[in-house]
Design a protein around this ligand. Structure first.
Ligand SMILES: [Zn+2]
Length: 412
């Protein structure tokens, strides 16, 4: 350890006490990652034998060769010479602290949230967008993680979903004036995003292709206008064809699920740069539901229709050029398996590189953090992960995360 001795003259109450004393100044703390294979930008060629230099939570330099010294600094070397190193993964649709049923309370939501946050970070997801929680516990969890008291990913949180019709975990609004107030209340409570429940749940028959939108136009307009005033983006839960077409008229940033978006909706999304977060991981759950074959014949047919048509719809949007980001709906599907979205993307026909791009670069763009996250480049926040195997060759290798760094701090 280098020690720097500096001479200081101490003045007390404006009068010199006439002595000089020695003080130790802490040296700079620098971490150097030796990356055997660096996927700095998902979708671009990887580089061999690179050194990533990290200081104060940021990437300050990338050198092509293994270096082990930086002038005047205390060094920590991380040996990832036999690993693939890439930017931290991102999940744009989770519910870390959402509970269901009649006995919901903040304490249980907090405990679940702490556990789910830990699981999420440990598999390499360093940033999540939380699109709906039981109460404001998620904002407290976000703060506790930011303060370093709890281990978890960076959270952008919506808090309660804004909805109509008595949906569980929603804040109700009714009429434009009421929707304006509810949106303001959510933003004042700490929402980074506004999430609206613009169609009914995928687990109900009314979410089918011809299902009716739940809001009136003036209500959605009121919500998006307030959000825009505060510089906050709106994500819309939407299954039926017409609810997607409705919300797209009012400047929303992302369609969640989008199970029955049609060509017209896709064209508008391309034109307006609206993101598609298809939450295809839900197919894992649907597979189980269909296997059990419980419930009414109508509901079975409904689930089968989702299962048969949704992956094709997502592939169609991908081929057309709709921007796609990863979002698992973890909370509906299990937490700690957020990699499933990228695996499902590849299963439905996306290239491995594009699936990894959806989980990094695209997600960073959706949350307006492209300057800070999504790639390993000088100046960006040091959210860095490493794995055994290469997900460009086998996407399942994205499950083999052995190293997680968030903002320059090593968690795994
Ligand atoms: Zn959801």
């Amino acid at each position: 350890m280098y020690k720097f001795i500096i001479m200081t003259v101490v003045f007390l109450c404006g009068a010199s006490i006439g002595g000089a004393q020695e003080q130790e100044q802490e040296p700079r703390k620098v971490t150097i990652i030796h990356a055997g294979t660096l996927m700095a930008v998902a979708g671009e060629d990887t580089l061999a034998e690179q050194s990533i230099i990290i200081e104060d939570g940021k990437i300050t330099d990338i050198q092509s060769s293994y270096i082990s010294e930086v002038d005047d600094a205390e060094m920590t070397i991380v040996d990832l010479r036999d690993k693939v190193v890439m930017a931290g993964l991102m999940d744009m649709h989770v519910h870390l602290a959402m509970l269901w049923g009649s006995n919901k309370n903040s304490a249980d939501a907090a405990l679940k949230g702490v556990s789910n946050a830990y699981k999420t970070l440990m598999i390499g997801f360093t940033t999540v967008r939380d699109l709906g929680a039981t109460d404001d516990t998620i904002f407290k969890l976000r703060k506790a993680i930011n303060d370093g008291d709890i281990i978890g990913p960076r959270i952008l949180a919506a808090g309660n979903i804004i909805g109509v019709g008595g949906r569980e975990n929603c804040k109700e609004c009714n009429g434009a004036e009421s929707c304006r107030k509810t949106t303001r209340d959510m933003i004042n409570a700490g929402a980074d995003w506004i999430k609206i429940y613009s169609s009914c749940s995928g687990s109900k028959l009314c979410s089918n292709e011809d299902g009716s939108p739940m809001f009136f136009d003036d209500e959605i307009k009121a919500i998006t206008e307030v959000a825009k005033k505060y510089g906050i983006k709106v994500a819309a839960h939407s299954h039926p064809r017409d609810s997607a077409l409705q919300v797209l008229k009012y400047g929303i940033a992302s369609i969640e699920h989008g199970s029955f978006i049609n060509d017209e909706a896709m064209d508008i999304m391309i034109r307006d740069g609206v993101y598609y977060v298809p939450t295809v991981s839900v197919m894992d759950m649907l597979e189980e539901v269909l296997e059990k074959a419980e419930g009414s014949a109508d509901m079975l047919a409904h689930n089968q229709n989702f299962y048969d048509n949704n992956p094709g719809k997502i592939f169609e949007a991908y081929q057309k050029g709709v921007k796609i980001a990863t979002g698992t709906d973890a909370g509906v599907v299990p937490h700690g398996k957020n990699y499933r979205e990228m695996e499902r993307f590849v299963e439905l026909g996306m290239t491995n590189a594009d699936a990894l791009k959806a989980g990094t670069i695209n997600s960073a763009e959706l949350i307006d953090m492209s300057d800070e996250l999504g790639t390993i480049e000088v100046g960006k926040i040091a959210d860095i992960i490493a794995m055994v195997g290469n997900p460009l060759e086998d996407i399942k290798d994205i499950e083999n995360i052995v190293f997680v760094m968030k903002e320059g701090k090593v968690y795994k």
